[in-house]
Write a protein that binds this ligand. Structure first.
Ligand code: ADP
Ligand code: MG
Length: 273
């Protein structure tokens, strides 16, 4: 573990109480400020990895290290975003975004100011007094992201957040998330781990994409995305983008075949058909 590392999974195994071995031999190191995506077939353990990173679950073997020390219990400076925006329907957008600060007993005035600022950052500055039912799916997701970021977490975990959105909305949110992670001329604002089924989304968003194998899940491929810090639609047309997508698509095919088929020899066989 390096000094700049935020969190590390070391030889992690997770066997659930049902006897199911969900993860085996998972090694993952996140540097502070990094943005990493996890790709893999359904049921390969992506959500399990996020729960371990959040301290909401413990490995059955191996270790979770937080800044080099064994992590114990839920980590306060970690936020989650799920596919379902889960806004309280009876409260306006501002109150929804304020909720984590209310739970942390922050006084009303700074709380409202912080929530308003978070809403402005996701492009919902004019919707503080709107009710969730008045928002589109993409706007609800923006509010959900504002609520996750209002506490200024060190680690933001996103579990297939945009999977239910149409492609145009998803592209817009990809761009918005990228800009939230690294504002123009600034430094990365948090460490991000993004779970998705979309190779394109993973490449657009990330500095590094990891592919997990079918159960028991482990990481079988790592692709570094050598793109610019500030990315817009033109990045989707670049050779770097195309090459990374091609490599990850091939890795996903191998991933679906399971952990024992991920070796280079098998890769050759798979390509020969
Ligand atoms: P993914 O997010 O990649 O779809 P999950 O991490 O949700 O995968 O689940 C990995 C495997 O572990 C699946 O087979 C799932 O059914 C199983 N699983 C997840 N959570 C539990 C649990 N609490 N108890 C038992 N099995 C679980
Ligand atoms: Mg999942």
């Amino acid at each position: 573990m390096k000094a700049s590392d935020l969190i590390e999974l070391k030889a992690v195994e997770r066997r659930y109480e049902t006897g199911l071995l969900a993860l085996q031999g998972v090694n993952l190191r996140l540097a502070r400020g990094e943005f990493v995506s996890l790709l893999g077939p359904s049921g390969c353990g992506k959500s399990s990895v996020l729960r371990l990173l959040a301290g909401l679950d413990q490995p059955s073997a191996g270790a979770v290290l937080r800044e080099g020390a064994p992590a114990k219990g839920p980590v306060r400076d970690t936020s989650f975003v799920f596919q379902e925006p889960t806004l309280m329907p009876w409260a306006d957008v501002l109150s929804n975004v304020e909720l984590p600060l209310r739970l942390a007993n922050m006084a009303a005035e700074p709380r409202a100011q912080a929530a308003q600022a978070a809403l402005a950052r996701v492009g919902l500055g004019d919707f503080a007094r709107a009710m969730p039912r008045e928002l589109s799916g993409g706007m609800k997701m923006r509010a959900s992201i504002a609520r996750a970021l209002v506490t200024q977490p060190a680690l933001l975990l996103l579990d297939e957040p945009f999977a239910a959105l149409d492609e145009i909305t998803r592209f817009a949110l990809n761009q918005a998330l990228r800009a939230l992670w690294c504002p123009a001329g600034g430094q990365p604002a948090f460490t991000g781990v993004f779970v998705t089924h979309s190779v394109y989304e993973a490449v657009f968003l990330s500095q590094r994409v990891l592919v997990m194998s079918a159960r028991p899940g482990r990481i079988i491929e790592e692709v570094l995305i050598d793109g610019p810090l500030q990315r817009d639609a033109s990045f989707r047309e670049s050779p770097v983008f195309a090459a990374a997508c091609a490599r990850l698509s091939a890795a996903l095919v191998r991933a679906a075949e399971g952990p024992d088929s991920a070796g280079p020899d098998h890769h050759r066989e798979a390509q020969l058909g």
